[in-house]
Design a protein around this ligand. Structure first.
Ligand code: KG4
Ligand code: ZN
Length: 336
């Protein structure tokens, strides 16, 4: 670690949030100086999902005001930007803005991947998770378990073979006509529902690997709704609660299975779905039952969904990756 505090301007536009943040890195840790997110929920709501062309256009409109607000009077030492994975039209806006800014200001730049960013939302404040850490990433585009042995050794253990968890929430919410984004809508509808009303499948739990699958569960909800003549608010609540519980059982089952194999010192949640209160509470309880007592971490609510602070924090731990503006490019399929 260098001794002088370093200010990092980070930019994130991989999907439907235009986000910028300023992170200060000091020898003993990081702090978030600003964290600005312009959400596009209102634009995409009517489509029940992200409409890529509209997302790109909104990023073009928002990127300058959002970065200006995040910067205030700060003159950053380094620029960090999400270079993938994500929607290419969205990524290009953030990446090209960051490259241009780095070029004009003659600053180094760090290209980071979005999933590593989500992981580092757990490093926003002390105490930081102890390593090795087992991390469950649950977002709208990705679902997977990761073993982090050091800041240089982050290994994927498994991922979803079909839908991401957030995607399953969004699709089931659409099916039940609960609104967009689906995660918060299902969680709200499920609050008064009976999670045992419908016995939905907990797929993949019998397998020894760490891959996930949620499309069967989504289809099971679809078939159930077809059997029902009228979807009353009570039935919707029960369906939402039962679906949510099936998801939580799968996520906790796989995480605990991996925990017994790798015996991590910490277990962390991250990604948009980690905003789910039931998941946070039930995972905490499951982790507290592990005999070697690993610590449990979850990001602050505002750092669960897409934001730029997490990208800046990830960059703060990977300063050796700094390069010049001409060396980075957007990559929609970037792997962790
Ligand atoms: O991490 P994120 O902002 O974007 C991606 O990287 O994909 O995650 C967005 C996802 C959406 O699918 C949204 O429905 C889900 O996170 N989400 C939730 C909750 N809040 C957001 N899912 C379940 N419960 C929530 N409270
Ligand atoms: Zn994300």
């Amino acid at each position: 670690m260098e001794n002088k505090p370093i200010k990092i301007l980070s930019i994130e536009t991989s999907c439907d949030e235009t986000a910028a943040a300023v992170i200060e890195k000091k020898p003993k840790g990081v702090s978030i100086l600003s964290n600005v997110v312009a959400s596009q929920i209102d634009i995409h709501k009517k489509f029940g999902g992200v409409f890529p062309e509209y997302a790109s256009r909104a990023h073009v409109e928002k990127i300058i005001p959002v970065v200006t607000e995040a910067l205030g009077n700060t003159d950053p030492d380094i620029i960090a930007v999400t270079s993938g994975p994500g929607l290419i039209g969205s990524l290009l806006i953030g990446v090209n803005f960051a490259k241009t800014y780095a070029f004009v200001k003659n600053r180094p730049i760090i290209a980071g991947d979005h999933l590593t960013g989500h992981i580092y939302s757990n490093w926003a404040e002390k105490p930081y998770p102890q390593l090795p850490a087992l991390i469950l990433i649950v977002s709208g585009g990705h679902t997977g378990l990761v073993l982090m042995k050091s800041h240089k050794d982050i290994q994927p253990l498994g991922e979803t073979l079909d839908d991401a968890v957030g995607e399953a929430f969004d699709k089931v919410a659409k099916l039940l006509d609960l609104g967009y984004p689906g995660g918060p809508a299902i969680s709200k509808a499920g609050q008064n529902g009976n999670p045992k009303a419908y016995d939905f499948p907990r797929s993949m739990l019998e397998r020894k690997d760490y891959d996930f699958s949620f499309s069967g569960l989504k289809t099971a909800v679809l078939y159930e709704t077809r059997k029902i003549k009228k979807l009353t608010p009570k039935i919707k609540s029960d369906l939402a609660a039962s679906f949510q519980q099936a998801i939580i059982d799968i996520l906790i089952g796989k995480t605990i299975q991996a925990a017994y194999e790798f015996k991590p010192k910490s277990i962390c949640l991250c990604g948009g779905v980690s905003a789910n209160n039931e998941l946070r509470e039930q995972m905490k309880k499951a982790v507290s039952g592990l005999p070697w007592h690993p610590s449990f971490y979850k990001p602050h609510l505002e750092l669960t969904t897409d934001n730029a602070a997490m990208i800046g924090i990830a960059a703060a731990y990977h300063l050796d990756q700094k390069t010049t503006f001409d060396k980075i490019h957007a990559d929609a399929n970037l792997k962790l």
